[in-house]
Design a protein around this ligand. Structure first.
Ligand code: CMC
Length: 429
């Protein structure tokens, strides 16, 4: 590979391909002309070596454990800023001034209520439905309620749709939870900040006052900041792919929520907690470690490993610290599940199998512990991830729509099925 070109030789053909440098991170070989010039595709299942787009939003360095939103290290944002500021940063590219922050706070706060008719939508679901199923359905249904922000070619409508989604997602998530436990919906309260309002909508009941604990709302806010974006992960790529066809923003976010639900992605926090409950006691950990290591067993330790982070997940580090703050505040120290979690973390960090494969506890391992301590049932964990990731999905969707070179995403394949053959009539088979 030369500095700005890569040369591909195949049989008697040679092709020079442009190499494009990013501001930081790996360069890319632009293989756009490959099919036109050689009749070949590239093959990269799981996209392990493929950059699917150009983006200015989030940067991840998996070897060094770095995560930047618009250039700012995640640690600085998580410890100094708040989630609404992070939303502004991801959407607009810069941190807000004090006046911009006040105005943005106001705009989000004024969009938190949902169309009253939408609240009746929930009663169509079974009470025992998984809240992620309810999220996919109700967020998709937003397309049927907010007709005045569906035109993705109108920048003003795009922004209204973006604000609506960031603002309404906690309301919808809290309603999904309240519906599942048979309690009345709690309307948003404009005097509260985003995360306090979310906690109140989830845990208040009309029969008594609910006072938000600032340490706990700060922990939720931090979870939201840490989950806000993560470049071209599976759900974000899903949102971009759905959006590339011109689908409306609410439909695209519903597609992202569906993808996030999977246990290899956002569903891992729920799966991690379920696994800890299944292990139950510290003495059973070796059995699970042995299963995770066995070549003949597909079992994996949920909440461990990451496709990109191969040194440590910087979000997990912050989350580990927040976990201890929350547990101290709530006076939970001797929870058996927590004991299992801490022992599992210790073993995995010192065991050769995990060290060799660079498998570390990921963010979902710790966020699950915090959310359980706050009183959320495991089925709600991925819902909270969806609330936080909405701004990332929206920012990435907007960036794609505003990119003049954007075209419909349409991957190709290596076909290994039957070659062309003739149909035989039913009687002749
Ligand atoms: N437990 C035991 N072994 C594992 C694990 C695990 N959690 N993860 C990977 N391995 C092993 C795997 O068996 C393979 O071993 P070998 O080389 O002997 O065949 C090696 O590590 C490499 O695994 P891989 O499947 O090539 O890695 P990947 O980059 O494709 O997978 C992952 C990444 C996150 C899907 C995977 O680590 C996993 O399934 N983890 C559990 C689920 C989880 O916690 N997901 C949350 C990810 S963070 C939040 C998010 O992205 O939404």
């Amino acid at each position: 590979m030369t500095h700005n070109k890569a040369t591909l030789t195949y049989g008697d053909k040679t092709l020079e391909l442009a190499v494009r440098e990013g501001s930081i991170g790996p360069a890319v070989v632009d293989i756009g002309p490959l099919f036109r010039d050689t009749g070949m595709f590239t093959y990269d299942p799981g996209f392990v070596s493929t950059a699917s787009c150009e983006s200015k939003i989030t940067y991840v360095d998996g070897d060094e454990g770095v995560l930047l939103y618009r250039g700012y290290p995640i640690e600085q944002l998580a410890f100094n800023g708040d989630f609404i500021e992070t939303c502004y940063l991801l959407l607009y590219g810069e941190l807000p001034t004090a006046a911009e922050k006040t105005e943005f706070d106001h705009q989000i706060t004024r969009h938190t209520m949902i169309h009253e008719q939408m609240s009746r939508f929930f009663s169509g679901f079974r009470r025992d439905a998984h809240p992620m199923a309810v999220m996919v359905g109700t967020v998709g249904a937003m397309s049927a309620f907010y007709h005045d922000s569906l035109d993705l070619f109108d920048p003003k409508q795009r922004m209204v749709a973006s604000l609506r989604m960031i603002a309404k997602m906690p309301t919808i998530a809290a309603m999904a939870y309240k519906y599942s436990i048979g309690q009345p919906f709690i309307y948003p309260l404009n005097s509260l900040d985003y995360s306090s309002n979310f906690l109140r909508m989830c845990f208040a009941v009309p029969a008594e006052d609910y006072v938000v604990n600032p340490i706990l709302s700060r922990a939720i806010d931090r979870i939201f900041i840490l989950h806000a974006d993560h470049e071209q992960n599976a759900s974000t790529s899903t949102v971009r792919l759905a959006g590339s066809s011109g689908a409306n923003p609410f439909a695209c976010i519903a597609a992202g929520i569906a993808c996030l639900w999977g246990p290899a992605h956002g569903g891992a926090n729920e799966a991690a907690l379920n696994m800890l409950a299944e292990i139950g006691t510290v003495d059973r950990i070796p059995e699970y470690i042995a299963r995770a290591k066995s070549k003949d067993n597909p079992f994996r330790l949920m909440g461990f490993g990451h496709r990109v982070y191969k040194s440590y997940d910087p979000r997990a580090k912050i989350m580990a610290e927040t976990t201890h703050e929350v547990l101290n505040e709530l006076g939970i120290g001797d929870d058996p599940l927590l004991e299992v979690a801490m022992e599992l973390e210790r073993i995995a960090l010192t065991d050769e199998y995990f060290i060799e494969r660079k498998l570390y506890p990921n963010i979902d391992f710790y966020s699950g512990i915090i959310l359980k301590a706050l009183g959320f049932p495991t089925s709600m964990f991925t819902v909270l991830f969806a609330v936080a990731r909405t701004v990332g999905w929206i920012a990435q969707w907007k960036e794609m729509i505003e990119d003049p070179s954007q075209k419909i995403g349409r991957p190709r394949q290596l076909y290994t099925g039957a070659p062309q053959r003739d149909y035989t009539r039913l009687d002749d088979r």
